[in-house]
Design a protein around this ligand. Structure first.
Ligand code: GDP
Length: 300
């Protein structure tokens, strides 16, 4: 897929330049070299655990047979990265429920609104009808933006701009989704409330309201994370993980960072699959995560 290649250009270039500048024409795997590789992996946001295991693999490999060039180092890192995502199941079985209820959470600015629009569009391309519920009733401007995205995606949309909390609109929305025989109900949620307890209370209320009408829903809880914020994103992810049972991740703006390693760090931290990646601002710039394509584009 071309989009992976274009979207990950920055990370790929950084990787190439970084490694090439380190190794020059000939590599000698000595202490200095390992220190430099370590610094490079940290700068690429692989995080401590993955960095450690990569260093180990490079060392092991150099003990077995001499590691002599850039390509060899690249291969080791590529294989380790691929191994890391081996069990990552990006599929969302939307056909298993009718309607399939998908909740989207994440802090403001992470790309939540955009992602909802892109999701509805992606499913529309598969012939599936979506309804988007504007469950973040606190940001009037965001509700308008979401409506614009829904229109672009050809999705139905329901909002209640005057509401003090989202319970009513969620209830109405689920009823509408059932009545209209929507294939998917995509629910936006607040990205920031006064404090964690408040956010937790709101999210659990939303889930209770959904379950009044569809007891086994939501069928998927996606957390949207901004791929450019590095370690901050990890802290946010961890906090949300305590509030909501996250079933999958959407990592956005990977086209805007040279630190593509962050995806591995986030995945490692959260222990849930990466389902989609955002590789641009356009409506078709959200792609189901494919580890092989990702790795090929990152290191290719
Ligand atoms: P929200 O506050 O979480 O709802 O965030 P928005 O959806 O409004 O997105 C915030 C900004 O990030 C907007 O300018 C989007 O166009 C931009 N954005 C979202 N996803 C991506 C992405 O994958 N790549 C790039 N380059 N920009 C993105």
């Amino acid at each position: 897929e071309d989009k992976f290649d274009t979207g990950l250009k920055r990370s790929r270039n950084r990787f190439r330049e970084g490694l090439l500048s380190l190794v020059g024409k000939e590599i000698k795997i000595d202490h200095d070299f390992m220190d430099e590789i370590e610094a490079f992996l940290y700068q690429s946001d692989f995080g401590p655990r993955i960095t450690e295991s990569l260093l180990q693999k490079i060392e092991e490999s150099s003990r077995k047979s001499p590691v002599t060039n850039y390509e060899h180092i690249q291969d080791i890192i590529r294989d380790a990265f691929r191994d890391h995502f081996a069990g990552n199941d990006a599929k969302i079985p939307v056909g298993n429920h009718h309607p399939f209820v998908l909740l989207v959470a994440g802090v403001n600015g992470s790309g939540k609104t955009t992602t909802l629009g892109k999701l509805a569009y992606a499913y529309a391309q598969q012939g599936k009808k979506s309804l988007i519920i504007a469950g973040d009733t606190y940001r009037a401007a965001a509700v308008e933006q979401l409506e614009t995205w829904a229109q672009r995606a050809g999705a139905s949309f329901i909002k209640n701009p005057g509401a003090k909390n989202p319970s009513g609109i969620i209830y109405d929305g689920i009823q509408k989704g059932i009545r209209d025989q929507s294939d998917l109900i995509l629910i936006d949620t607040a990205g920031r409330l006064h404090n964690k307890a408040h956010l937790m209370e709101e999210l659990s209320k939303i889930i209770r309201v959904i379950q009044k009408l569809i007891p086994d829903a939501p069928h998927e809880n996606l957390l949207v994370l901004d791929g450019t914020v590095g370690q901050n994103g990890l802290i946010q992810a961890r906090e949300f993980g305590k509030i909501l049972p996250i079933s999958g991740l959407v990592v956005t703006k990977l086209d805007g960072t040279a630190k593509g390693g962050v995806l591995a760090a986030i995945h490692e931290e959260m222990g849930v699959p990466v389902k989609f990646v955002g590789l641009g601002e356009k409506i078709d710039d959200l792609l189901p995560f494919d580890a092989d394509l990702y790795v090929d584009s990152l290191f290719g």
